[in-house]
Unconditional design. Structure first.
Ligand code: MG
Length: 294
């Protein structure tokens, strides 16, 4: 059947319009180019080209017109004996002090029954999950954990805990040291969704690190996910997930709409797992988003 060219054009325009409403390219820089006639040093008129990227003139030399980025004092790395220090722009959620336990509650908003030890906190069987009072969207997360020497079982009973980004997506904590083929339930797996690329575990009782680069889901006006969560995860400095997409929530997620800020959540899975040196740098997002970044 031959379709009317006018109708086809209208349909294409309509689809393009709908597409641009729903699947916006959030991270694309806004580039503008123009030219004007200006007189050069010899008084001769010539065409000069200008270009801005995200509103800043290319080759701009006036600091008032191109504000410098903020200065951040980098943190220090941890050792097995001592926790490192967070970078100066981080929200410090737990630094080993009793005072920083005040940043956390149980899932009902009451003080948590997790215990604070000498520079660390530890899950307590039956105390339930612990979560931050503050809510976060896209972010860089640093967290350190140690699984217990006293193993309460095998498989999912070996030092089981978990780190839930936005309260909804679990990076598994488990004693998977030496496990030949780490699977969907092993340490550093995105639980039941992505197995780690490699097994980068340290043995029980040793401090281990997760560094997570988390990009929140994007939702449209009706709350439907139009771009899924993306994550990159380093386990003890080793890449175990490289910009993966998540198909949705993991088991144990708190009840809230995807793409909205949520707490950082640590799991009580009946095994005494320790945590220390927890901080987050909220990541601002270019372009429009469904909520205001910090
Ligand atoms: Mg777990």
């Amino acid at each position: 059947m031959k379709r009317s060219p006018t109708l086809s054009a209208a349909v294409i325009l309509l689809l393009a319009g709908l597409a641009s409403d729903v699947v916006a390219d959030f991270d694309a820089p806004v580039i503008k180019e123009w030219s004007v006639k200006e007189k050069n040093e010899e008084g001769k008129e010539e065409e000069v080209f200008y270009m801005t990227i995200d509103g800043i003139l290319v080759h701009e030399t006036d600091p008032a017109k191109q504000p410098p980025p903020p200065v951040v004092t980098p943190g220090t790395p941890s050792t097995q004996k001592e926790a490192g220090r967070a970078p100066s722009d981080a929200v410090v959620l737990f630094d080993g002090t009793d005072a920083s336990m005040a940043n956390w509650t149980d899932t009902k908003g009451a003080p948590s029954k997790w215990v604070a030890g000498d520079g660390y906190m530890e899950s307590v069987k039956g105390a339930g999950y612990i979560q931050t009072k503050e809510q976060f969207g896209s972010c860089q997360l640093h967290v350190e954990f140690a699984t217990p020497q006293r193993v309460a079982g095998s498989g999912q009973g070996r030092g089981n805990s978990g780190v839930f980004l936005q309260g909804q997506y679990e990076v598994q904590v488990l004693d998977s040291y030496g496990w030949a083929v780490p699977g969907l339930g092993d340490c550093s797996a995105v639980y039941n969704q992505h197995a780690p690329l490699v097994n980068a575990c340290r043995p029980a009782l040793e401090w281990q690190t997760y560094d997570v680069f988390f990009r929140s889901a994007r939702v449209d006006g009706s709350g439907a996910v139009v771009e899924p969560v993306r994550m990159t995860v380093l386990h003890n400095g080793v890449v175990v997930h490289n910009n993966i997409q998540l198909p949705g929530l993991t088991g144990g997620a708190i009840d809230q709409v995807e793409g909205t800020p949520g707490p950082l959540l640590l799991q009580d899975h009946s095994n005494p797992v320790s945590y220390r040196n927890i901080w987050i740098v909220p990541l601002p997002l270019k372009g429009s988003d469904t909520y205001e970044p910090r």
